[in-house]
Design a protein around this ligand. Structure first.
Ligand code: A2R
Length: 316
């Protein structure tokens, strides 16, 4: 039987590559040495950072599936895929807990300045006097931009900190008890902490902008566990440099992993390297779902986690 040929289009963990190699003939776009293989490849696999545009798809006439290892798939031109009859799968749900845990970690780190306090002890500065006072997290207000699967997992954790939760999203959620604001700016004006957890892509690009930072104000903090693209990054840098806002906790950036030096030099930010879903347990669960999506496509059965745009086309 002819092998099933698959093209890897971005970095994915070695354990996922090993599993893929057991069932498929894998090609890596970086060192594909058999140009004819492009015609034989039936599926693509990549991480949430994978760029799959119309140009790439036009080189791959037989691709009918894109399996993304990640919940976000903003680098995939889903419209082009749908036009070519290509299914796009992703890994929603299995990473909610980890992303919400890291969001709480960033909230605590930013409010209580834990990384700076760690440096203070290591540097021996304590002998000269105590560490500065910080911001209380319990009982403060949290505005969540995007109250989907992960946003709700964050709200659950923040509730245990007695935080006053409110949110904005495309639609109001009548089944949830939190106050809804129709715009990010209106939400920012009401809260101590503004946290972004929407998808990336054109519909959210730059939605956290200068006006939003001005509304959040000099005592306000911004947390981003969504995508770098949801923020007007130059406006964020200026807001942090000029103390328009008090600080930020960031897991995502424009042009990762090359982080703007202006961000790296800011004293009032806590920075993590896009690790929100980065635990052994969750990356394994994401790999299993990405493999299950691919296996279902090959078997011609229902793909467990198609992206919503593809579900809408199939009417399921
Ligand atoms: O569909 P709605 O009304 O629940 O709103 C969704 C919201 N959202 C937006 N909010 C404001 N303006 C927009 N243009 C906009 N587009 C989407 O983001 C929903 O409340 C939330 C997304 O929730 P889920 O689809 O359940 O995604 P999940 O699993 O929470 O992941 C969110 C994102 C991923 O796409 C990655 O970029 C990142 O977290 O890891």
């Amino acid at each position: 039987m002819e092998p099933i040929e698959i093209l890897k289009v971005s970095n994915i963990p070695t354990f996922l590559v090993d599993d893929l190699n057991k069932s498929y003939l894998m090609h890596d776009h970086h060192h594909i040495n058999d140009p004819d293989a492009l015609k034989r490849v039936v599926a693509l696999v990549g991480g949430g950072d994978a760029k799959v545009d119309r140009g790439l798809l036009s080189l791959l006439p037989n691709v009918k599936m894109i399996s993304i290892f990640g919940v976000g798939y903003d680098g995939v031109d889903v419209q082009a895929a749908i036009e070519k009859g290509i299914s796009v799968g992703h890994t929603p749900g299995v990473l909610n807990d980890d992303v919400a845990d890291l969001a709480m970690g960033l909230l605590l780190s930013v409010a209580r300045q834990i990384p700076r306090a760690d440096q203070f002890v290591r540097a021996g500065d304590w002998v000269d006097g105590p560490f500065n006072l910080t911001k209380k997290l319990t009982g403060s207000s949290l505005g969540i931009v995007g109250l989907g699967r992960i946003g709700q997992a964050i709200a659950k954790r923040a509730s245990a900190f007695d935080m006053k939760i409110s949110y904005t999203a495309r639609t109001q959620k009548s089944d949830l008890p939190y106050p809804y604001f129709p715009s990010v700016k209106a939400l920012a004006a009401e809260v101590d902490f503004l946290l972004a957890i929407t998808p990336g892509g054109d519909s959210t690009r730059g939605m956290i902008n200068q006006e939003v930072f001005e509304a959040l104000g000099p005592k306000g903090y911004f947390i981003n566990v969504a995508r770098g693209s949801v923020v007007d990054q130059p406006a964020m840098i200026k807001a942090l440099q000029n103390k328009v806002i008090a600080g930020a906790g960031l897991d995502v950036y424009l042009d990762e992993p090359r982080i703007a030096p202006e961000i790296r030099h800011l004293p009032n930010v806590v920075l993590t390297p896009h690790i929100a879903s980065g635990t052994f347990e969750t990356r394994r669960a994401m790999a299993d779902l990405a493999l299950a999506n691919l296996a279902a496509f090959i078997a011609g059965t229902k793909i467990p986690a198609l992206v919503p745009e593809c579900q809408a086309v199939l009417g399921s």
